[in-house]
Design a protein around this ligand. Sequence first.
Ligand code: AMP
Length: 249
Amino acid sequence: MKVLVPVKRVVDANVRVRVKADGSAVDIANVKLSMNPFDEIAVEEAVRLKEAGAATEVVVVSCGVQACQETLRTAMAIGADRAILVETEAELQPLAVAKLLKALVDKEQPQLVMLGKQAIDDDANQVGQMLAALLGLPQATFASKVVVEAGKATVTREIDGGLETIEVDLPAVITADLRLNTPRYATLPNIMKAKKKPLDVVTPDALGVDVTPRLTTLKLAEPAKREAGIRVTDAAELVEKLKNVARVI
Ligand code: AMP
């Protein structure tokens, strides 16, 4: 079974995100960029499926600028076998990414596509669902447990107020939630090995996909700064402040 894992290069989860002065976009100049954390979990799960004998090949794919190759190398250091970069300088919105991935799925014919549940930059939470719809395949989103057996995947999903377990026929699209696993660190020997693994580069044109944005961002703004807290001297002052000053935020 071949597993395809799309990985996005995003602003590192530990970096404070800043908006450009003109409010047009997030400022990524001189900012550390890393693999989207949910995609690391998806790569780890695919590699574990391979280690358990349920998968035979793990292919990682990233859509974006040339530097996404670094993210793909990281995924291969975790254990993916090969990588594909769909290289473009264009702004890629979720629908465009889903169409690019559909074109690759048509070509690669994986039995399983394992994505992150969402990218932490735009928090769209759309690509997995759109991809499943474009492909006409079953989807199991927000997975916290995946068992693959006999052409089916049994997936435990994180839903409001609990867990839901569903079974989907393969091929299928699964999106990884936080509790699915704890990704391993890429060791130095594996980082070195990953440098030699195959990495193909294609373009959206070669895949026959028009990636023109459909949505226009009007404005981006940072959240309002929180006011500093105050110290009260006694319970009476606290009650007075709660009555007259405190407000729900
Ligand atoms: P989103 O719908 O944008 O929140 O992204 C959901 C998932 O789609 C991510 O966790 C990735 O697995 C995948 N994805 C989104 N954008 C890209 C991209 N540019 N390249 C590869 N995979 C992507």
